[in-house]
Design a binder for this molecule. Structure first.
Ligand code: HPA
Length: 360
């Protein structure tokens, strides 16, 4: 295996110069730089990042722990994380905690033992062990998508997520504006901040539309398709079943559609449907789905930026950044299909983040 010293000898420069060229730590004259790169090519030199880590105590790697990576929402987050990490010269170690608090704690420990420089984690509904572990070991961490309860002391943690309440309220008031008086919500897994905020948004929307809250219309689909199918069945079995449905994530939309299909019900003729989460193929559904689109790739990229900021400045105050969603007004709500109507540009919105320090 050729070494850095071999490259230096072949290019006629010092080992320090080779290091500056390869790590971008100092400007090097163009012809010297080219001589180093030519020598690297000719010798087939590959830097030994393990050796570098021993010197710098940094591995230039990020641990990413996100559940349900097969869900397109999380897949897009992952793409955003990967692209931003790569651009900054970081590699990724990925784990799926399966939304299970014990498994979550275990995979995060494994990532930490691999000495990642920091972590991006979408926490489960019971993240106490996880937060305790990360806190004890002062692992720089950005929580993604689900917020940690603000009462948990987390001085060096940052958080990033989409707005959830206001966009859900918008779906409800939109349906109310179309004349619906009985609007059901298929909500997510209890304990997740996204679930709580979407329920709060549903209640806000009902309030803003002057509609009372019938508890029987709020059911839990546990954030997944099978749970939502059962929950939708329960809603449809009510003597005064809802005439419109809001589903609180993409997987639950699929479950709700299955339940409707089994009963031979059509959207929007028999029941109107509005969804949280857009799909890459939502415009192929018939009718096209009226949905809230989360800026998933941007969430991932923002998480990386926040982690790099924290690595550069470990004592900076904690931040919580929220990115806005886009309302994709299509036809499953019962509005007539009109080409090009108020879909905000692009499938995912270009976000202007709102930010607050959690210390303040
Ligand atoms: N959080 C937010 N949005 C989502 C989720 C989630 O866990 N799953 C699908 N869309």
């Amino acid at each position: 295996m050729p070494t850095m010293a071999d490259v230096a000898r072949s290019a006629g420069v010092s080992v320090a110069t080779v290091s500056h060229v390869l790590n971008g730590t100092r400007p090097v004259l163009p012809h010297t730089r080219q001589a180093v790169l030519d020598a690297v090519d000719a010798l087939g030199y590959t830097p030994n990042t393990l050796a570098r880590s021993l010197v710098t105590s940094r591995t230039r790697s990020i641990g990413l722990a996100v559940s349900a990576i097969s869900n397109p929402y999380f897949t897009e987050i992952l793409q955003g994380v990967e692209a931003a990490a790569l651009e900054a010269g970081y590699s990724l170690l990925i784990a799926d905690p399966h939304d299970d608090p014990r498994h979550e704690r275990k995979v995060v420990q494994l990532l930490h033992e691999r000495r990642v420089d920091g972590m991006i984690v979408a926490p489960s509904a019971e993240p106490h062990d996880l937060v305790g572990y990360l806190g004890r070991h002062t692992v720089p961490t950005v929580f993604l998508d689900r917020l940690i309860d603000p009462r948990v002391p987390a001085p060096f943690f940052d958080q990033v997520c989409s707005e959830s309440a206001e966009p859900t309220a918008r779906l409800v008031t939109h349906l109310a504006g179309l004349g619906h008086r009985r609007i059901g919500l298929v909500a997510g897994l209890p304990g997740l901040s996204t679930t709580g905020e979407r329920i709060a948004g549903y209640l806000d929307g009902l309030g803003a539309a002057g509609l009372g809250h019938d508890e029987r219309l709020l059911v839990t689909g546990n954030s997944e398709s099978a749970g939502a199918e059962r929950a939708t069945d329960a809603l449809l079995a009510l003597p005064d079943a809802p005439t419109a449905l809001v589903t609180a994530n993409n997987a639950m939309t699929i479950g709700a559609l299955r339940a409707l299909r089994r009963r031979g019900m059509s959207v929007p003729e028999d029941i109107a449907l509005c969804c949280f989460d857009d799909f890459a193929w939502a415009d192929l559904f018939s009718p096209r789905l009226t949905a809230v689109a989360q800026p998933s790739r941007e969430l991932g990229a923002q998480a990386v930026r926040m982690l790099l900021d924290r690595l550069a400045e470990p004592d900076r105050p904690s931040r919580t950044v929220r990115l806005p969603c886009a309302f994709m007004h299509r036809a499953s709500c019962g509005c007539p299909e009109e080409a090009g109507r108020t879909e905000e540009p692009g499938r995912t919105p270009s976000p202007k983040p709102s930010e607050k320090g959690t210390d303040s």
